[in-house]
Design a protein around this ligand. Structure first.
Ligand code: NAX
Ligand code: ADP
Ligand code: K
Length: 505
């Protein structure tokens, strides 16, 4: 799914109105109906809604939603700024419709302090949408702050009020903190970054039927990895395949005390379907690896640390998990990179070694995939102020070096050399444990060996990793799930993918 800027959303709106055709107030009705239906089906334990409406079209959505929920039998109180009753055209239409309903009480923002937020009440935030032009101040700021102090469930319409859709807010900005955000048609960029995304709660994208023609014909560099993207990448395994069809992976890493990391990466490469899988590790890991991952063939890289990396042809290398940064290992990696031409995956200590010397960066083969977490990224490319700036820097580096950067985060970003960004929306904080990244390296290496392109391997890899983690969290909880559980859930993710990709009778 494309991530549109506020400007493009506005244009999509206008294009739909003109070409569907549909009036803008009908489009607002459609958007509100989608929200009301979602709320109606998901909030059955609550009887009362306090709806907070601003003066723009987001407020207009709020008025229409309030009316619809009232007609479904809920108790509704609507709060507005009675000192300033100037609305956008469509908001005014819905304000007037609401005023005609005697059963809905229209309250002033100032009444909030005396209002009874009992446990049956859900708060709906329709103060500001994508038209926010400055940080909320005065009564708006106060209302948001009071609402944020309440324990009642909170739903934002389109975007949490006070948040800019495309850019980072300044640090002290007042933003409504939602449990759910019902957003129209597209993910907004700010939902996908940690500084702002923490205000949205669960994001639900509602399809309000904006013109598909416009969406298809309007370019964007930012995408969310949704089911559609994955459906277009995933290839079912061919019946007449043999092990050679699905490529050769060599997972390189491990050092004394860190054989677990390379084990996790190796098992993941096997589980993700690589035809032949090798593990190049120091000898101290031989027995552990051969016992626990007998399907993988062992290549000796040294005694306690790797001091040589054998070059083999037609092989995809995934280097880094548990590798260590010893001088002998550094030498071995540099020597290997000096002679190696084809794209590979670099992670963890391989990246830490590369960040030691500016000249090493140039040794990364073009079209390779690197998978830094934020700290590794900083070691490689320097400090940035926030995750938006970090992404900008990553775009520059991906282009300059001609590589793919998988910037690991809650919503991991795959950045291509051409400047596209794919945000991942699978995965959960159960992955915030040592070992989770090693799995990702194994998966991406395996996919690249199986002849997925670099972009496909990175995009499908982060999605698979997150999806398996979501399955593991459902079974074991985010707290208790282990990286090993994530590896074991890969099978269920592939079963789902195959079911969707196979013709069903
Ligand atoms: N995207 C779509 O296709 C649709 C969008 N709709 C709604 O329209 C919204 C956008 O509407 P608008 O462009 O009217 O924008 P808003 O509803 O966000 O309101 C902007 C208004 O608030 C004022 N304002 C901005 N920042 C302020 C601040 N800090 N303090 C006080 N006033 C401030 C602006 O001057 C403007 O009058 C969307 O978020 C969505 O809720 C739907 O109604 C219909 C379909
Ligand atoms: N809160 C989170 N939500 C979603 N994914 C997460 C979260 N925390 C960590 N992850 C994922 O887990 C992995 C952690 O990688 P990394 O920090 O390299 O771990 P390690 O080096 O210990 O293996 C990344 O893929 C990251 O995106
Ligand atoms: K809002």
């Amino acid at each position: 799914m494309k991530v549109f800027t506020v400007e493009n959303i506005r244009l999509a709106d206008q294009y739909t109105i003109k070409n569907e055709p549909v009036s803008s107030v009908q489009l607002m009705e459609r958007a509100a109906l989608n929200c009301a239906e979602w709320i109606y089906s998901n909030c059955k334990n609550h009887t009362k809604f306090a709806v907070f409406c601003g003066n723009g079209n987001n407020g207009g959505d709020g008025f229409a939603i309030a009316r619809m929920l009232y007609l479904k039998g809920f108790d509704i109180d609507v709060f507005i700024n009675k000192d300033h009753l100037k609305f956008s055209d469509d908001a005014l239409v819905n304000y007037k419709k609401l005023k005609d309903i005697s059963g809905i009480s229209l309250k002033d923002f100032h009444e909030i302090e005396r209002y009874n937020f009992d446990e049956k009440t859900i708060i709906i935030d329709a103060l500001f949408g994508t038209g926010l032009s400055r940080n909320p101040e005065g009564i708006f700021k106060k209302v948001i702050e009071i609402l944020n102090s309440k324990v009642n469930p909170k739903i934002s319409i389109d975007i949490p009020s006070g948040m800019f859709a495309d850019q980072i807010n300044n640090e002290n900005a007042t933003i409504f903190k939602a449990d759910y955000t019902l957003t129209f048609q597209f993910w907004k960029r700010a939902f996908l970054h940690p500084e702002t995304g923490s205000f949205t709660g669960k994001v639900v994208v509602l399809d309000i039927n904006l013109s598909q023609e416009f969406i298809e014909n309007t370019s964007s560099n930012d995408f969310v990895i949704d089911d559609e993207v994955i459906k277009n990448i995933f290839k079912i395994r061919q019946d007449f395949a043999h092990k050679g069809t699905y490529g050769k992976s060599i997972i390189v890493g491990g050092s004394y005390g860190k054989i677990g990391a390379i084990m996790l990466a190796t098992k993941s490469a096997l589980k993700a379907g690589s035809g032949l899988t090798f593990v190049l590790a120091p000898n101290c890991g031989y027995e552990i690896l051969q016992t626990n991952a007998p399907e993988a063939m062992f290549m000796n890289g040294g005694e306690k640390n790797i001091n040589q990396i054998e070059e083999q042809e037609n092989t995809v290398y995934g280097i880094g998990p548990g590798l260590g940064t010893e001088k002998e290992t550094e030498k071995a990696l540099v020597k290997f990179l000096e002679n190696h031409q084809s794209p590979l995956i670099l992670d963890a200590d391989a990246l830490n070694i590369i960040s030691k010397d500016n000249n090493y960066m140039k040794l990364i083969p073009k079209k390779s995939i690197i998978t830094p977490h934020p700290k590794e990224f900083e070691r490689l490319f320097g400090k940035t102020e926030n995750s938006f700036d970090r992404l900008d820097l990553a775009k520059t580096k991906a282009k300059d070096l001609g590589i793919y950067i998988v910037l690991k985060d809650h919503h991991t970003q795959v950045i291509t050399p051409s400047g596209n960004v794919f945000y991942n929306i699978t995965g959960n904080s159960g992955l915030a444990k040592g070992g989770s990244g090693d799995i990702l390296t194994g998966i991406i290496t395996s996919l690249l060996a199986q002849k997925y392109s670099e972009e496909e391997a990175a995009v499908l890899g982060v999605w698979l990793h997150g999806k398996a983690a979501d399955f593991a969290a459902e079974k074991y909880s985010k707290e208790a799930m282990q990286p090993t559980d994530v590896i074991n859930e890969l099978g269920n993710v592939f079963l789902d993918l195959n079911k969707k990709a196979t013709t069903q009778l």
